[in-house]
Design a protein around this ligand. Structure first.
Ligand code: BGC
Length: 766
């Protein structure tokens, strides 16, 4: 046998092995599915109507977290319902012992002993907090994002949780909306990749492992398009935006095997999402073949009365189930109304059975029937929560999530020795804000502050001044603090410290709860007196590094125009200060890229790179020679920092963009390539981004759309050829025919360092 033949033979054997191995796995999976199906049917044949309806009922733990609980002080009633088997799930019960206690009632006191599925908002870490999801998304590092989700799952699962209400996959184009912090930003392609990575991270390869949890794609759908960025507001978008922009990440989550969906508070084109049959029954459960279950958002069945869509609870129950909402979170409506609705013929037994079958299937898949207490091991809880593995994981994610927005005159990285550093700002020593908004299980003030992170480097002298104080606002609720808007007494000391310093590091932005649910804002500058403080310090020492902490894009025109360096650190989690110090001192070279455009003015919102051309496009700026084109009289159209933007301590040069062919046939593919060179002095990572423009189609198309990216690490002086394969799937969109397909015609490929890149090549699809 020649070497070549031997190689072929081995390859053939390997292929054969792979084939048998994968068919063995597939067969084994089919058997499990079959047996689960059988076990669900057997169980359902024993269930009374009340017990079935009970599975569709979800209660909050015995306290309120994100919304009003319909019956205050109803713990006794909830307990009785648990014992009767009238509760399928609880949320916000956490801790191995607490979960064991409620599970015990369900399993040991109810007639059939059906275990509860325990839900929790594991959004960016359980007790060890990862960067907020928007920050993680800025890494464009899918492996890291997946790993962050799986670590979060492991930690939460050790505390009794087996179902997370994440990932949030809402596309967000409006930074006024506080919940932009929870998602992956403005782009459906990046959003889809991240949705898939997060689902796989939470659920792992084996849902029945005690280290994984069921995931939940939310909020279905279009919640991110709340009018004027005001939370819970109405949404009115056409089919074109719904299918091309909003739905793709949800579809990606489905394809990644997500077990559950959550619907949303908003109405969409006149119908509350909770009652949207087209979305839930036709698209999700029909076209996409989703086999998991849909939970309502908190009280969203009941809220249909306030929407003016349901007449009363009874009506709301009928609307919800008919539309395919399987589980009622905290509206107490299915439990009280479904029985009579069934009698009246307003809902059917088939609908109830379908919902219950879906819910029970996930419980079987989690292995809860084998061992309902598998997530309730106190010893495991103690060893996993807050462990070294967790802290190293969130530190790694934190490093990767920062975005360097500006670095003139090489002010960064900071010198490690003999520097006088003035560390100024309300967030500089704050150990709470870096935890961000969703951190129910974290201890308050448990993050490493920037002050602590910098102090760990011993070579410099650091003087710390708050400048603007944090004040307590609503101590009873999440122990929130606010940035002072009335007291400037800290200015003097801050200015004095700045005068004496070689370099000033200012840590400014939003306090931890200033973004998130219910935290919409109309102003996106630095809140409180922070801008004034920044300008006052600048007057005495312009050598400023601005370290931003925030949960959304901010308007930073003044800072961009005046300051030499700006580092976007978002709300970076438990290890915040350590990660920030590493970047400031150059021990980690930043590589994040913005997942949302940063506006020049709130008036530009919603703002996104993949906008439509309009019939009157023009050069950017206010001087296009005419008034009658699509623009503002007082501001540019473009963002201050575009989607995909971010710098490094090294520089990259792009050259030689080329295509393997200028024509693409429907059944084949072509390759777009570019050479990327590290032209600086240190090793660095770059996210090479490919965008495609469809020039002419049956519906208007965005000016460009992200269709591929590659995260590369390049040594100084080295060059790398990057290739992207393009086939018709990359060119498909929701056409005039209301199907996804690619339409022949002219296309342009752009490859570069952010969404504003001008480097291009052209091809035709035949
Ligand atoms: C939020 C959901 C969350 C739920 C449970 C609601 O207010 O919209 O995203 O999962 O509360 O906490």
């Amino acid at each position: 046998m020649t070497f070549h033949n031997f190689f072929l033979f081995r390859r053939f054997n390997l292929l054969l092995f792979f084939y048998f191995f994968t068919s063995f796995i597939a067969d084994a999976q089919n058997e499990i599915d079959l047996s689960i199906r059988q076990r669900v049917s057997d169980l359902m044949s024993k269930m009374t109507l009340e017990e079935k309806i009970g599975q569709m009922n979800q209660y909050n733990g015995f306290w309120n977290v994100t919304g009003p609980s319909p019956a205050e002080g109803n713990a006794k009633e909830k307990y009785d319902h648990l014992a009767k088997g009238w509760v399928g799930s609880m949320l916000n019960v956490r801790g191995a012992e607490e979960v064991r206690a409620v599970q015990k009632v369900a399993v040991e006191q109810s007639r059939l002993g059906i275990p509860l599925i325990i839900g929790f908002d594991l959004i960016h870490g359980y007790k060890t907090i990862s960067p907020i999801p928007l920050a993680e998304s800025a890494s464009w590092d899918l492996d890291a994002i997946k790993n962050a989700a799986s670590l979060g799952a492991k930690e939460a699962a050790a505390a009794g949780i087996n179902w997370t209400f994440a990932p949030m996959v809402d596309i967000t184009r409006d930074a006024r909306w506080g919940r932009v912090m929870e998602g992956a930003g403005e782009d459906p392609y990046l959003g889809s990749q991240i949705a898939s990575a997060r689902v796989k991270g939470f659920q792992g390869l084996d849902l029945s492992s005690p280290n994984t949890v069921a995931a939940c794609a939310k909020h279905f759908a279009a919640y991110g398009f709340a009018e004027a960025g005001r939370d819970y507001n109405t949404v009115d978008i056409g089919d074109n935006t719904l299918h091309n922009i909003v739905l793709p990440p949800f579809k990606a989550a489905t394809e990644a095997g997500v077990k559950t969906f959550m619907n949303s508070f908003n109405d969409l084109n006149g119908i509350p999402a909770t009652a949207d049959k087209n979305l839930q029954r036709n698209i999700l459960k029909g076209d996409w073949g989703f086999e998991g279950f849909i939970v309502s958002d908190w009280g969203s069945l009941k809220e249909m009365i306030d929407h003016g869509y349901a007449e009363n609870n009874h009506h709301a129950g009928s609307l919800g189930l008919n539309a395919g909402s399987d589980m009622d979170m905290e509206s107490y409506i299915y439990l009280t109304e479904l029985k009579s609705l069934l009698k009246e013929g307003e809902v059917t037994m088939a609908q109830i059975n379908d919902a219950v079958r879906r819910i029970l299937t996930v419980k079987f898949e989690l292995g809860l029937f084998e061992d309902p207490y598998k997530y309730c091991d106190v010893e495991r809880e103690q060893s996993v929560i807050g462990s070294k593995e967790m802290n190293e994981g969130v530190l790694d994610m934190a490093r990767k999530s920062m975005v360097l927005l500006k670095n003139d005159k090489g002010i960064l990285p900071l010198k490690k020795q003999a520097q006088k550093i003035a560390l100024i700002g309300p967030l500089a020593a704050d150990k709470n804000s870096p935890l961000g908004n969703w951190r129910i299980a974290a201890e308050n003030n448990s993050a490493v502050s920037v002050l602590e992170g910098l102090q760990a480097y011993k070579g410099n002298v650091i003087t710390h001044e708050q400048g603007v104080k944090l004040v307590e606002a609503i101590p009873a609720f999440h122990e929130e603090v606010q940035i002072n808007t009335t007291d400037k007494c800290g200015f003097k000391a801050a200015i004095k410290a700045a005068k004496k310093a070689d370099v000033v590091v200012m840590v400014l932005g939003e306090y931890g709860f200033q973004s998130g649910e219910g935290r919409s804002r109309t102003k996106l500058g630095l809140p409180g007196f922070q801008q004034e403080l920044l300008e006052a310090v600048y007057k005495v020492n312009p050598n400023i590094v601005l370290v931003l902490m925030n949960g959304r894009p901010l308007v930073l025109n003044w800072a961009e125009a005046h300051l030499p360096a700006i580092l976007e650190t978002w709300h970076l989690g438990t290890q915040s200060g350590n990660a920030i110090a590493e970047v400031l001192y150059g021990d980690y070279n930043p590589s994040g890229k913005l997942p949302m455009s940063f506006p020049r003015s709130v008036g530009q919102l919603p703002l996104y790179y993949n906008y439509k051309s309009t019939g009157r496009p023009g050069a950017d700026g206010t001087d296009a020679g005419s008034v009658f084109w699509s623009h503002y009289g007082d501001e540019k159209n473009t963002p201050l920092y575009p989607f995909g933007y971010g710098l490094s301590y090294t520089t990259f040069e792009y050259s030689n963009i080329r295509l393997s062919s200028n024509t693409l046939d429907l059944e084949s593919s072509i390759t777009a390539s570019v050479t990327v060179s590290n032209t600086g002095k240190v090793k660095g990572k770059e996210v090479v981004q490919m965008y495609i423009k469809d020039h002419f189609a049956s519906t208007t198309r965005p000016v460009r759309e992200l269709k591929g990216f590659e995260l590369l690490s390049i040594e100084p002086g080295a060059s790398v050829d990057v290739q992207f394969e393009i086939s018709k799937e990359d060119l498909e969109f929701y056409t005039e025919k209301k199907i996804w397909e690619a339409e022949p015609g002219a296309f342009t490929v752009f490859i570069g360092t952010n969404s504003a890149t001008k480097r291009y090549a052209a091809f035709t699809l035949r």
